[in-house]
Design a binder for this molecule. Sequence first.
Ligand SMILES: Nc1ncnc2c1ncn2[C@@H]1O[C@H](COP(=O)(O)OP(=O)(O)OP(=O)(O)O)[C@@H](O)[C@H]1O
Ligand SMILES: [Mg+2]
Length: 288
Amino acid sequence: MNEDDDRFRDAIRAAREAPPPPRNGHAGGDGNGRKSGNGVVIECREVVKAFSGHTVLDGVSASIPRGEITVIMGPSGTGKSVLLRHIVGLLLPDSGDVIVEGMSVPKLNEDELLELRRNIGMLFQDGALFSSMNLYDNVAFPLRQHTKKSEKEIREVVMDRLKEVGLAGSEKKMPGELSGGMRKRAGFARALVMEPKILLFDEPDSGLDPVRTALLCDLIKEIQRKYQSTAVVISHDIKAVFEIADDIVLLHGGKVVEQGPKEQLKKSDNQFTAQFLQGAVSGPLGMD
Ligand SMILES: Nc1ncnc2c1ncn2[C@@H]1O[C@H](COP(=O)(O)OP(=O)(O)OP(=O)(O)O)[C@@H](O)[C@H]1O
Ligand SMILES: [Mg+2]
């Protein structure tokens, strides 16, 4: 355990104790940030996407319930990141539809897309920090781009978010000076500055050791609770998935094999689901 881990722990404790920020026009939850009531936040309807003739998504239909943490799982290369990029309109489906808060994302114009992205916090698989900016400027970036806040106001938000992820004191560091885990958490802080209602995390836990993965899972749960957000998390880590997921969407072969509450999938008699969730070598899933 080092100082960095201690700060991370303190940050989680603080996030747990802090009252949720006021939120305009957001459907309230039950006080624990769970089950806000009115249904589905993101819906993928028969989404088909091919790259150079190679079909990656072959009619994906999935629903993401409000105020919960949904984990998308599936073998590497199965299209999990591609699916997430459809939700923010970075990719458009060849056919089918992606509905976010009742709006068809492929039909949005540039301004509407910007507005949508303002309400979505996205952590990309590689953290996607700007390598030429220090940590502070990286986290401040969405606020400078999307809001008219003064530098003083921006500073308050940025320092709060950095504290939340246990990176207070590191704000002058460049991404190249950070460990992989720190870069993930910095990406996390940046995803949170706009206080988004929807959080999309692409493998926040990859490349982390088990202790840091557990801490990060705690942080995801606490942040989701605090902001009463709807979270979609892509993860390969079965232990982490069982820890944080309310619901699981299992992707394979361009389709959703199964989706539903975690407890339901744990008991599933679908061979693929069973093999995947148990990480077993024998079963329908090979290395192809
Ligand atoms: N912009 C793109 N252009 C061409 N092909 C792409 C593009 N984005 C993704 N692909 C292809 O789509 C497939 C699915 O990629 P994706 O990154 O979604 O996989 P993944 O499920 O996230 O895998 P991993 O678990 O390894 O991150 C891969 O074959 C990838 O090469
Ligand atoms: Mg991916």
